[in-house]
Design a protein around this ligand. Sequence first.
Ligand code: SF4
Length: 485
Amino acid sequence: MPHTDTPHKRKLFIETVGCQMNVLDSELVVAALRQTGYELTDDIREADAILFNTCSVREHAEHKIYSHLGRLKHAKRRRPDCVIVVMGCMAQKDQQLIFERAPHVDLVVGTGQLREIPRLIEQARRDREQRLAVSLHRKAGSRQAVAASFESYDPLRTPEMRPSPFQAFVRIMIGCDKFCTYCVVPMTRGPEQCRPPSQIAAEVRVLADQGVREVTLLGQTVNSYAAVENGRQYRLHDLLELIHDTGGIDRIKFVTNYPRDLSDELLQAVRDLPKVCRYLHVPAQSGCNDVLRRMKRGYTVEEYREMIARIRSTVPGCAVSSDFIVGFCGETEKSFERSMDLIRDCRFKNSFIFKYSPRPGTKAYELYEDDVPEEIKRRRNNEMLALQNRISEEDNAAFIGRRVEVLVEGPSKAAEKAGASGPDAPVQLVGRTDCDRIVVFDGHPRLAGSLATIEIHDCTSTTLIGSIVTHEITHGASVSLPIVQ
Ligand code: SF4
């Protein structure tokens, strides 16, 4: 009797931590595995392949992955066929150490080898050998050789893994050459390499055809983008112009900006291109020059303030958010106060605040003592958060009574938790303004993916709360109040 294969879909479980780059990498890996017959599951117990897409930026994120891996030891004994994969930044950084700490892991795959995952999983299933696939260390060869070992990987996409069906990330570059002393990214993601503009434009076109309305261009220092194609030099503002008229795309965002590379041309593009969101994430990290110098950030606080002034004068109403590290080596009470002053003066829309955590492999780890005690880091973290929250709430309060236009993302987390209540029943929806402000309001789930006008009647430090504006007709003409962002 001829042997016939019953079509069996293998199950794939993936957990992603870290930045948007990781979210995108997970989307691509899932798409590739789908092509080889896998389907996603939320239940780790039924998975045939378990993938952890990891982050090395903070120690805490690594600890979580190691303890998660520890918990899988017995499951692997029960189901030796299940392939366990550690991929991403921690894989590139810890390499063999992962097998030592978690011997039941099958594959350790760095950020530059993601395209090999389907093949490696099949091999592991066949021979149950452990395999390590990582890129060269940054000092292990010429720049060209190291760069080649960190290949960018953007061939496939899968809508199910996106933040929402209407929003997608698009990588425009990989790696980083800035070498801030606290950061592992130049080691885990390799040298800065930019994708050709035509390839990016083609990908945006494909995404628009799939129903995406908002693209976020990704790069560790996205505004350092520089590529030459057909003899023409492209910087980020040229790229924005190139993709701006893609039909179907309503909004274009880009993260993360490096303060020193925020050019006037880029600000003018944000001001003049209507689809480009008036929102800039430009991490300051500290408001003290001594600390910035030790971090090797490449700018002074005066230069950062001057950059903020340029943003305010060129793009009025532009929202700016920032990152801060508290308790970096040698940060005194005075240095910390300077960071607080910077937050007070710049009035960021929001700030992501982190306690410094020394990372092996970085310059700060080698050169400086982690000399700020944990309780002081915690106190500074809390004080900074309280200040930022106060500013965010005050600035959000200015929206009360005004109208904003949002891209509706879908039901809010609270609505999802509450569960379905009928296909046409209104639920709490969430959307974002052009300036990246989160707005919640009640409406029909089918509004997801559309632009809606919301009147704001309340707020918290993180959220604007409002209601959908009904189309009012007065004397045959629609009333339209000015929309603010
Ligand atoms: S710019 Fe600095 S903080 Fe940002 S990824 Fe590069 S090295 Fe890390």
